[in-house]
Design a protein around this ligand. Structure first.
Ligand SMILES: [Zn+2]
Length: 101
């Protein structure tokens, strides 16, 4: 009997990134479907304890897990050197540190 091997982080990350791209593509037409892709991506990542890279983390709301698109359901403001994200779906604010590298 062959036990199914745990997928590698790199492979999972690729699939997760692909799901975010899919979410981006369907977002304009079907927001709910976009959110389902995000839920799927998060589940995939969780299963292998993969921490989502920051460029993906800022593409969904950590309160309601909606896919966020700047100018549509997301407002980004700069405040004291921190980026403040405002989700229009659940009206929550959250902060992201600026990339400084
Ligand atoms: Zn939200």
């Amino acid at each position: 009997m062959v036990k199914s091997r745990k997928p590698k982080h790199g492979d999972v990350l690729k699939r997760v990134e692909h799901l975010f791209d899919e979410a981006d593509m369907v977002f304009a037409k079907d927001k709910q479907l976009a959110n389902r892709y995000i839920a799927l991506a998060r589940r995939l990542a969780m299963r292998v304890n993969l921490r989502l890279p920051s460029h993906l983390k800022r593409r969904y709301c950590k309160f309601c897990y909606s896919y966020l698109k700047p100018g549509i359901n997301l407002t980004v403001r700069l405040n004291n050197g921190k980026l403040v994200y405002y989700c229009h779906e659940c009206k929550h604010h959250f902060r992201m540190p600026l990339h400084n590298k």
